[in-house]
Design a binder for this molecule. Structure first.
Ligand code: 3PG
Length: 205
């Protein structure tokens, strides 16, 4: 995961409500400079949308999000996704991910959760829900005992606070949905989404 995320500022967290939106949305994000896309497995349209993006948007690096079960690990492999993101981490999920060819970014919000993931070899984590779990101050504090750990905070991040996170040496990148607001997607305002992506991809560490 570290190779994939290093040098990136923002990973869009995408909820696909209509399969027809998947390709134009991904094209707008990639055109705006964001090519690593986390597509959440939260909606009936997610799987079809992922297939469409992989087929039609070759510059996108597509991963699954909201991966909670071993079955979703298998699904991510079958779809040809290049990474997986989970909101938390159970032993069943971590074991399935360890046996998988697709790398997992496991979600944590506590030290003990990190330590459980470390037992499975992880050093890179989604920190979720970031703002509600102590925010940038907590991630900074984690650098003491866990100097090798790196984080992708997600949850409650937007342009107003993103730099608090990107300023930290142990933050690889941030995740967020602010780049693809539901009302812009619903109204197919792709050029505005491209502009939001452009702003996000221009954020400097
Ligand atoms: C996630 O799925 O990671 C979060 O719901 C995204 O959080 P945000 O909508 O607050 O950016």
């Amino acid at each position: 995961m570290r190779d994939l995320l290093t040098g990136k500022s923002v990973i869009p967290v995408i909820v696909i409500e209509r399969e027809e939106d998947a390709v134009p949305l991904a094209q707008a994000l990639v055109a705006g400079g964001l090519n690593i896309l986390e597509i959440t497995l939260r909606t009936p349209a997610a799987v079809g949308g992922i297939k469409q993006i992989i087929q039609h948007v070759p510059d996108a690096i597509v991963g699954t999000g909201t991966v909670c079960t071993p079955e979703q690990v298998t699904l991510s492999e079958q779809l040809g996704c290049q990474f997986m993101v989970s909101p938390g981490a159970t032993d069943r999920l971590l074991a399935a991910a360890k046996a998988s060819s697709v790398p997992l970014l496991p979600g944590v919000s506590s030290v003990s959760e990190m330590m459980r993931c470390m037992e499975y070899g992880h050093q890179d984590f989604k920190f979720f829900p970031a703002e509600a779990s102590g925010g940038a101050a907590k991630i900074k504090a984690l650098s003491g005992p866990f100097a090798d750990a790196r984080f992708c905070p997600t949850g409650g991040i937007g342009l107003n606070n993103v730099m608090d996170y990107l300023a930290l040496a142990n933050v690889l990148c941030v995740g967020g949905s602010w780049i693809c607001p539901p009302q812009l997607v619903e109204q197919k305002r792709w050029s505005e989404i491209e502009q939001l992506a452009r702003e996000a991809s221009a954020l400097k560490r």
